[in-house]
Design a protein around this ligand. Structure first.
Ligand code: PMP
Ligand code: GLU
Length: 388
């Protein structure tokens, strides 16, 4: 069978593949500690589920507008104003099948074959694949622990060419957990405005912050950067709604209209009654978000302390998200070998850094219970000791 050429250019999602493998092993009765997919282990808060159930009972079971239920688009615009200082109306917002789909829609709407997209590495693994699917070119800019895995304004400026269309910013970051400071964001905004390119700010971890770290939305820093910014966000992480598939993109009307046309011929609207759950998530008190954040904060400390006690691993302390990203280079293993052997010999599932463009690291998600973290760290410690 001859498939389209683009199929051979994309790699299946390793995060999803390893998470699925860990689940399958568990289903076989094998005692696996999984730190693979970035998926909160909490159930969706009850009031959110109740709102969706009510909408279902009331018969909100029909096709809706492709860009989303008007009430949800309004609620998102209000949230972006109050939380992020962004002056959007509902026409600036499209509801999508998760944050992943909002990024995909944007890239398909904006990127022509040959257009360049600047992506700092380590990056969330789907960004470059989406660019490839659109025929664009990913320009990967490497960062390391010396700059806290953050791109500097100088690095960004150097990477820009006449073909650059878009810069991808992700703070708090997956996979490193790093958070850009307001000054760092400001400096990047100046480069973006000077070069007259677009920036997409993936803010899906904005609520998951520690130690007083502050999230600032790059588009809020002035009119010129606002006009060049797209915000991608979703409900999966903050509200533990990964399976609901609910996200959104906000930005200039022309781009949002383009993504609505694409969505109108591909997925149509996101599940109608699920969107009522999202309205409840945004419009109810936010205690559930804070409760989950506090649980993540505790788990982060436990996992970090355990990792730091393992000779041979070096782990930066992140200010956000729910990932740790140890450097494994002292073990002499590359990330795939490390992860394969760890799963095989000790039944611990983690993601090889190569998936994120960083072969000297592995990613551990601590969005899981403390008992699993303790058990998994015992096993990891044994494994690393056996290798160095
Ligand atoms: N962006 C980042 C950085 C992510 O880590 C994820 C998923 N973990 C997404 C976007 C997409 O999330 P979802 O499609 O589940 O909303
Ligand atoms: N994005 C999450 C992760 O990085 C979930 C898996 C995925 O969508 O790739 O683990």
């Amino acid at each position: 069978m001859k498939l389209a050429a683009r199929v051979s250019q994309v790699t299946p999602s390793l995060t999803l593949a390893i998470a699925a493998k860990a689940k399958a092993l568990k289903a076989e009765g094998i005692d696996v500690c999984s730190f693979s997919a970035g998926e909160p282990d909490f159930d969706t808060p009850v009031h959110i589920k109740a709102a969706a159930a009510k909408a279902l009972d009331e018969g909100k079971t029909k096709y809706g507008a492709a860009a989303g239920e008007p009430k949800l688009r309004e609620a998102i615009a209000r949230k972006l104003k109050t939380d992020n200082g962004l002056d959007y109306k509902s026409e600036n917002v499209i509801v999508t099948n998760g944050g992943k789909h909002s990024l995909y829609n944007l890239i398909v709407a904006l990127i022509d074959p040959g257009d360049e997209v600047i992506i700092p590495a380590p990056y969330w693994l789907s960004y470059p694949e989406m660019v490839t699917l659109a025929g664009g070119v990913s320009v990967i800019v490497r960062t390391d622990a010396t700059t806290g895995y953050k791109i500097t304004p100088e690095q960004l400026r150097k990477a820009i060419t006449p073909k650059t269309k878009l810069f991808v910013l992700n703070s708090p970051s997956n996979p490193t957990g790093m958070v850009y400071t307001p000054d760092e964001i400001k400096a990047l905004a100046e480069v973006i405005v000077d070069a007259d390119i677009f920036a997409v700010s993936d803010e899906i971890y904005e609520k998951i912050l520690y130690d007083g770290a502050e999230h600032i939305s790059i588009g809020s820093l002035g009119k010129e950067i606002f006009q060049r910014t797209l915000i991608s966000n979703g409900f999966a992480k903050a509200y533990s709604m990964t399976g609901w598939r609910l996200g959104y993109l906000a930005g200039p009307v022309e781009i949002i209209k383009a993504t609505s046309s694409i969505q109108g011929h591909s997925t149509s609207n996101v599940c109608t009654f699920a969107q009522y759950g999202a309205i409840a998530a945004l419009e109810s008190p936010q205690d559930c978000v804070e409760e989950m954040r506090q649980a993540f904060a505790k788990r982060r400390q436990v996992m970090l302390d355990r990792l730091n006690a393992i000779p041979g691993l070096s782990t930066a302390k992140p200010d956000g998200a729910f990932y740790l990203f140890p450097d494994i280079s002292k073990t002499g293993l590359k990330s795939l070998e490390f992860c394969d052997a760890l799963l095989e010999e000790h039944q611990v599932a983690v993601i090889p850094g190569i998936a994120f463009g960083a072969d000297d690291n592995i990613r551990l998600s601590y969005a899981t219970d403390l008992a699993t973290i303790e058990k998994g760290m015992d096993r990891l410690e044994k494994f690393v000791k056996s290798r160095i």
